[in-house]
Design a protein around this ligand. Structure first.
Ligand code: GNR
Ligand code: NI
Length: 174
């Protein structure tokens, strides 16, 4: 089991646009295993490769209560979004301690490859729809706080920079 470090906002690497996976090979399957371990340990309901500083289109999601329904999405695409919107209070492992409302499509249709490289598709609503859209934003270099006002974004950046400085001092033992 390998836990991967998660990039923390504000970090410019979170704004990298991921490229498609060329081949679903042993390297990608190891990445998927490590990402799933990292997501469950956090704990979180989703993780995009961008967050662990790998800029390829790989996402893991598990919104089940028992944490036993892992979705592996390689080269995912949202092929349909409902006009109907839903608002959800979102959080992000890359933006610890920040929760705020974001409006997104209520229902989506998704196409992706699984960890064996086989294409599959599914419809999503509720938290799964929120999570897929949140993770696909990460692959495009977008963090959920970018939906908030510039005032809120500035406050969040300032607060997290301060937290990170203090955590660094703590780790250095001063
Ligand atoms: O763990 C997570 N919870 C969450 C809650 C509401 C909306 C989106 C999410 S995703 C987040 C994990 C994460 O940061 N994924 O990128
Ligand atoms: Ni996130």
């Amino acid at each position: 089991m390998a836990l991967l470090p998660i990039l923390q906002y504000p970090d410019s690497r979170l704004h990298t646009v991921a490229t498609p996976v060329q081949a679903v090979d042993a390297r990608i399957r190891q990445l998927v295993r490590d990402m799933a371990d990292t997501m469950y340990a956090a704990p979180g309901v989703g993780l995009a490769a961008t967050q662990v500083d790998v800029h390829e289109r790989v996402v893991v999601i598990d919104v089940s209560e028992d944490g036993n329904d892992l979705h592996v999405l390689i080269n995912p695409e949202i092929t349909w979004k409902s006009d109907e919107q839903q608002t959800y209070e979102e959080g992000c492992l890359s933006v610890p301690g920040v929760y705020d409302e974001v409006q997104r499509a209520a229902r989506i249709h998704v196409k992706a490859l699984n960890e064996r490289g086989e294409p599959f598709e599914f419809d999503a609503d509720g938290l799964l729809a929120v999570c897929v859209q949140h993770e696909l934003d990460h692959l495009q270099g977008k963090v959920f706080v970018e939906y908030l006002s510039l005032l809120k974004q500035n406050r969040i950046r300032t607060r997290l920079r301060k937290q990170q400085r203090e955590a660094q001092r703590e780790a250095a033992g001063v």
